[in-house]
Write a protein that binds this ligand. Structure first.
Ligand SMILES: N[C@@H](CCC(=O)N[C@@H](CS)C(=O)NCC(=O)O)C(=O)O
Length: 219
């Protein structure tokens, strides 16, 4: 796949990355699928590095990822992927056909807009610190919202192949990190056999395997 785009390997591409962040994991998968070489600049969320002035100068939201590319700083994983798709078209993450495009975006947004944001670190911290939630309640919250998204995705998932058919699309790219999180929080995945199969097929792809948290964990 690396030889399919006209330009890859710009050594100036820097991903401000946290190894276990799902939003970063999405961007790493797409950079790898498109064969774009990048340097990772770790932002240690466990040390609060996302809230330090030097990082806030890159992303005033204090969230990872941020991508430095072409002299610009891009934020929001889906907006970053949209830029990469425009700049390095092959393989496409979102189809050009309007109807297929809308359907792909809708499924990807089940995860990126409706599941992931309410399970991220700052929300879980607020549940614990501002609302006194116990670890058991936090876990129930996480499972509840992942299940809500996965139930809808399982219905939409193809019987064979990936969401993108023979090649990954944006939904597949968003699914893999969300499945990683589901396993991390010990969710029962038996109700989602199609999602489980798609995730396993995705992780067989070398570019996807190279983006896994364990493969990029610093130190
Ligand atoms: N919608 C954003 C979400 C980014 C996001 O929530 N990043 C998390 C890691 S996955 C983060 O930086 N969390 C830091 C915090 O919650 O303080 C995107 O897709 O880029």
């Amino acid at each position: 796949m690396t030889d399919q785009n006209d330009l890859q390997g710009d050594p100036g591409v820097v991903l401000h990355d946290y190894w276990r962040s799902s939003a970063c994991y999405r961007v790493r998968i797409v950079l790898n699928l498109k064969g774009v070489t990048y340097r990772a600049a770790p932002v240690d969320l466990t040390q609060g590095a996302q809230a330090r002035d030097d990082y806030l100068a890159l992303n005033a939201q204090g969230l990872v990822p941020a991508l430095e590319i072409d002299g610009a700083i891009l934020t929001q994983s889906l907006a970053i992927i949209d830029y990469l798709d425009a700049k390095f078209p092959r393989p496409h993450m979102v189809p050009a056909d309007p109807l297929r495009r809308s359907r792909t975006l809708a499924l990807a947004l089940v995860i990126a807009a409706d599941v992931h944001p309410i399970n991220n670190m700052r929300v879980l911290r607020s549940l614990r610190e501002d609302y006194g939630a116990s670890e058991q309640q936090v876990e129930r919250w996480i499972h509840h919202w992942i299940s809500a998204g996965f139930e809808a995705l399982e219905v939409a998932a193809p019987e064979d192949g990936l969401f993108g058919g023979d090649a990954p699309d944006l939904t597949d790219v968003c699914l893999v990190p969300q499945m990683y999180n589901a396993r991390r929080f010990e969710m029962d995945l038996q109700p989602y056999p199609r999602l489980t199969r798609i995730d396993a097929e995705m992780r067989q792809i070398a570019a996807v395997a190279a983006a896994t948290p364990e493969a990029v964990r610093p130190g």
